[in-house]
Design a protein around this ligand. Structure first.
Ligand SMILES: Cc1ncc(COP(=O)(O)O)c(C=O)c1O
Length: 480
């Protein structure tokens, strides 16, 4: 719907009230009821990184020449991180706009390096649990993906992984750890393969890069996963996750020179002058760089260690309490404050429990293949762990008493998604949901309540319409 461009400006007070009002239907993460998406320390840290962001709010880091300040701050973050990740001298690295960008750039650099070496139809190998950002990058860059299945512990079998490598393999991938279950892939062993065969090996430590080093220092058993493994050629680690910085910021670090070169884009004959970038973005927010610098500088090793200790202890407590519940088991052995749990043999139905928890106001991250619920335990969750366990217990009783609920709520949608035989069908349906967010007839209506503006409930499709459409498509597909 064409709303017309605003005629007159609003007052600052009206804008502030409107922005706060729009948050009404968002998840209440401040109350600790979300188990993902937010990586925060406390209010003091938040104020410090916000101030840093604001102080570089207008600076545009497309030009490290114009803003040598930002170049120096970025340099510090890269150098500090290189020492944390045991990069030997000779490394090259930069900050990007997030994990997906770091991953995209690694695949791009590997592909273009391979092209220059005459490799056509390149391939990469990754465990099934690797982040979809690799699928996205490979699909966009026309690199074929070979997926190594994982076992019940969510670990890839290295012998199978090895069999997927051949003359067109340009890049090996492993996670440190995987997002869904927090499981660290066998990086030592894959590194040995990479080293032996002379293939690039990227470790995706987007979630663990600024956490695992402290977990190791705290004495938890963490096998080598960073540049101490000889075959590792690059690592991505997100500052906007366990670096406790502002969004969007991730580190991409190469062990040695000669790879980053392939991701640098230059146009020298443009009317606007010589144009060069090392990443995907043109204009880059200076604030994100300043906030990343501030986060590390402010916390220091001692600060990171203390936060990691609290988060690990809270995760251990939650894990212990979950395991006292006879119906519950964990999926995979996590290396950090991430865990995934399920009901044994899916009895009672895990997604009835999930729906029950959602009704109690928890943000529930449902995972499938295998069915499980994802949890990342952060500082803001620490006050609600007992309540969560109590709700899980109540939810299990509810699920036992109401098995018919597996035909309702999101339980039925996820159940169906896991069983549907046609992946293209599911993809088409999900695409339609995403399209729906952007189409002009799906606008939100502005409402004014007692002088304060907000929106009506955002018009995202309900699970019911999603399901109906999916079933309809499935039905038509079977008729063909
Ligand atoms: C292991 C892993 N890799 C990559 C990503 C992608 O990062 P981003 O969402 O910052 O693009 C994530 C995000 O959660 C992740 O957990």
């Amino acid at each position: 719907m064409n709303k017309g461009f605003p005629e007159e400006g609003w007052t600052d007070d009206a804008i502030k009230a409107h922005l706060e009002g729009t948050k009404r239907n968002d998840i209440d993460w401040k109350a600790g009821r979300s188990w993902s998406l937010m990586y925060r320390v406390d209010e003091a840290h938040q104020s410090a990184i916000e101030a840093a962001y604001t102080s570089f709010f207008s600076e545009n880091f497309i030009s490290p020449v114009a803003f040598s300040s930002l170049r120096a701050l970025e340099r510090d973050v890269v150098d500090w991180s290189a020492s944390l990740l045991h990069a030997p001298d000779g490394y090259e690295g930069l900050l990007t706009g997030g994990g997906s960008e770091s991953i995209f750039l690694v695949v791009l650099a590997a592909r273009d390096r391979a092209r220059k070496r005459g490799i056509r139809n390149p391939e990469l190998v990754m465990p099934a649990t690797a982040h979809p950002a690799f699928n996205k990058a490979a699909d966009w860059l026309d690199v074929r993906i070979r997926i190594c299945p994982v076992d019940d512990n969510q670990l890839p079998d290295v012998e199978r992984y090895k069999r997927l490598i051949h003359s067109k393999t340009i890049l090996l991938i492993a996670s440190a750890p995987s997002y869904p279950h927090g499981v660290l892939d066998p990086i030592d062993e894959i590194g040995a393969l990479a080293h032996e065969k002379g293939i690039l090996f990227h470790v995706d430590a987007c979630v663990g890069g600024y956490m695992l080093p402290w977990v190791e220092k705290l004495g938890y058993p963490i096998p080598n996963w960073d540049f101490r493994v000889p075959g590792v050629t690059s690592i991505s680690a997100d500052l906007h996750k366990f670096g406790y910085a502002a969004k969007n910021c991730s580190l991409l670090l190469y062990r040695s020179s000669g790879i980053l070169d392939h991701q640098i884009y230059v146009r020298s004959d443009w009317a606007g002058g010589v144009y060069a970038t090392a990443g995907l973005l043109g204009t880059r927010p200076g604030g994100a760089i300043a906030a990343a610098w501030t986060s590390i500088r402010r916390l220091g090793q001692q600060g990171f260690l203390a936060i990691a200790k609290r988060n690990m202890e809270a995760a251990e407590a939650l894990r212990r309490d979950l395991l006292t519940i006879p119906e519950i088991e964990l999926v995979g052995t996590s290396s950090m404050n991430i865990l995934a749990y399920r009901t044994k043999q899916n009895r009672p139905d895990l997604f009835i429990l999930a729906d029950y928890l959602a009704e109690q106001g928890w943000q529930v991250d449902r995972q499938h293949k295998p069915l499980s619920i994802h949890i990342t335990v952060m500082q803001h969750n620490q006050g609600v762990l007992d309540q969560y366990i109590a709700d899980v217990k109540a939810g299990l009783s509810f699920a036992k008493q109401h098995p018919e609920r597996s035909g309702e709520g999101e339980a039925v949608m996820y159940g169906l998604l896991a069983r549907l035989p046609s992946e293209p069908l599911v993809k088409r349906q999900v695409k339609d949901v995403v399209l729906d967010w952007y189409q002009s007839d799906k606008t939100n209506d502005l409402v004014i309540v007692e002088g304060t503006s907000s929106y009506t409930q955002p018009k995202v499709p309900t699970w019911q319409s999603f399901l109906n459409n999916l079933l309809l498509r499935w039905y038509r597909w079977r008729q063909k």
